[in-house]
Design a protein around this ligand. Structure first.
Ligand code: ADP
Ligand code: GLC
Length: 476
């Protein structure tokens, strides 16, 4: 079966978050499992720079101007790239400018991504035509509308990585995008008086997946459905919604082979982790101290990630014997609040407001605990990296966090399944009491070592997910 992924990020070519990590790994795992997969991606400057030589596939005259589809082999997986400088040749973040303002022509930029995806399924490349189109998040959503409008005989899967981003634009663009007027309605793209690219995927795809079983249930409820819970509840009832957990790319995230870190280590040889901790403490100008746990957080600073919960708990938290190192960018308010926190407690807190891939590895390796206090979390990847590096996750019990971290308590200690620390209420108190439990374990080194060993033994490799997607594709 030939499968085409449609996406807007792929690590290491372009990345703003976990979506890129997934597309930088899943197609390659699928290829390894013997599947014929290709990926479609806009040709942003960083992509053009890293990819090198590309070959011509097709020219098209479109609503977004004249464009060219190009092709390159990338580590064994075929990449289709959309060369449309008028839309994609902008440095920095793929979605917004340096002031965090979304580009005004995003409806065209990602409308075109969907259009080209559909055109490949309709035969744009005479050498290769997918049997199945697999789109990711709202940026790919219009592909499913075009496929329906053009009645292309292809199976379709749409994966929700984050339902909070619905790709909302004015319905007035419909004609310009070349979509039929009948699609603008409740039974189609319309969403509270506007058009949602995400809804195109939710409504027209043969099957919807999301990146964890728990999130697949949560999004059918008002609290987490962002207005789509009704539609998703119906699709779930038809057996058209399921959850498949993300994995960890062993080539990028492995403490034994990671060349971003000071000293590699592995389950039976943990000495390197101590060196990595000291290095990280130095990087963040914190005292080199083995006696206190070093808590790390690597995150987009948004409402989703619960950074404000951590900030609200911070003064009480920092009265305890621990250190905190934060790496993140996002909302200016949160960035400023973390800078303030560091200024008030320079001996206990280190903050880096930047995006730094190498430092993120050093944090996962050098930390003792990875914090993920998210309000919602479709899957979450940093807790998976933490497990693999023996950096115990302290997380809110939601979405993929609930599915991948086992809380430390008497029964899970006894049956050796504990891998971290979880809390349910999205409140500073719940976070603080869980930090208290974490510190109890920390002060019991034998217990800590046992939890860490279980964490590091978890198998979150991508081949499991690749198999699950394969089974789904075949069922369609
Ligand atoms: P999300 O996709 O919602 O942001 P995930 O946990 O799935 O959350 O993935 C986040 C990814 O982005 C991880 O690979 C994480 O290490 C990375 N990341 C987030 N912020 C930064 C940063 N400031 N510097 C480096 N990497 C970051
Ligand atoms: C989204 C989610 C995150 C998930 C990632 C990859 O960005 O917020 O939870 O891990 O996509 O699927």
């Amino acid at each position: 079966m030939k499968t085409l992924h449609i996406c807007s990020e792929l690590y290491p070519l372009v990345k703003t978050g976990g979506l890129a990590d997934v597309l930088g790994a899943l197609p390659f795992a699928q290829k390894q499992a013997g599947m014929d997969v290709r990926v479609l991606l806009p040709m942003y400057p960083s992509v053009a720079e890293k990819i090198g030589e590309t070959g011509h596939v097709a020219y098209h005259h479109t609503f977004a101007g004249d464009i060219e589809i190009r092709y390159a082999d990338y580590n064994g997986v075929g990449l289709y790239l959309i060369d449309a400088p008028q839309l994609y040749r902008r440095d920095g973040n793929p979605y917004h400018d340096q002031y965090y303002a979304d580009y005004g022509d995003n409806y065209l930029r990602f409308g075109l991504l969907g259009w080209v995806g559909a055109s490949l399924a309709a035969g744009s490349d005479s050498w290769w035509k997918p049997d199945l189109v697999h789109g990711h998040d709202w940026q790919s959503g219009l592909a499913f509308a075009y496929l329906r409008a053009w009645a292309v005989p292809v199976k379709t899967v749409f994966t929700i990585h984050n339902i909070a981003y619905a790709g909302i634009f004015s319905g007035h663009h419909l004609a310009e995008l070349g979509l039929p007027a009948y699609m603008y309605g409740t039974y189609g793209l319309e969403f509270y008086g506007q058009m949602s690219y995400l809804k195109a995927g939710l409504y027209y795809a043969d099957h919807i997946t999301t990146v964890s079983p728990t999130y697949a249930r949560e999004i059918t409820l008002p609290e987490h459905g962002y207005g789509f819970h009704g539609l998703l509840g119906e699709r779930a009832a038809q057996g058209r919604l399921s959850g498949i957990l993300n994995g960890v790319d062993d080539a990028t995230w492995n403490p034994a082979t990671d060349n971003n870190i000071a000293k590699p280590y592995q389950p039976n040889h943990m000495q390197g982790k101590r060196v990595d901790k000291h290095t990280l403490q130095q990087t963040y100008n914190l005292p080199t101290d083995d006696s206190v746990p070093l808590l790390v957080m690597i995150t987009r600073l948004t409402e989703q990630k619960g950074a404000d919960i951590l900030l609200a708990a911070a003064e009480t938290l920092l009265a305890r014997p621990l250190q905190l190192a934060v790496l993140g960018t996002g909302s200016p308010d949160l960035e400023a609040a973390f800078r303030d926190l560091e200024a008030r407690h320079p001996d206990k807190v280190g903050v880096r407001i930047t995006y730094n891939e190498a430092l993120s590895h050093q944090m996962i390796a050098g930390g003792d605990v990875i914090l993920v206090p998210s309000r919602f979390e479709p899957c979450g990847l940093t807790q998976l990296y933490g497990l693999k590096y023996g950096t115990l996750p302290l997380v809110r019990e939601t979405g993929g966090l609930a599915d991948t971290v086992t809380n430390t308590q008497p029964d899970t200690l006894a049956n050796k399944t504990a891998t971290g620390f979880t809390f349910y209420d999205p409140t500073p108190d719940a976070l603080l009491s869980t930090v208290g439990r974490m510190l109890e374990s920390w002060h019991n080194p034998k217990q800590w070592a046992a939890i860490r060993a279980t964490a590091m033994a978890q198998d979150n490799s991508w081949h499991k997910a690749a198999e699950a997607y394969d089974a789904l594709y075949n069922s369609l």
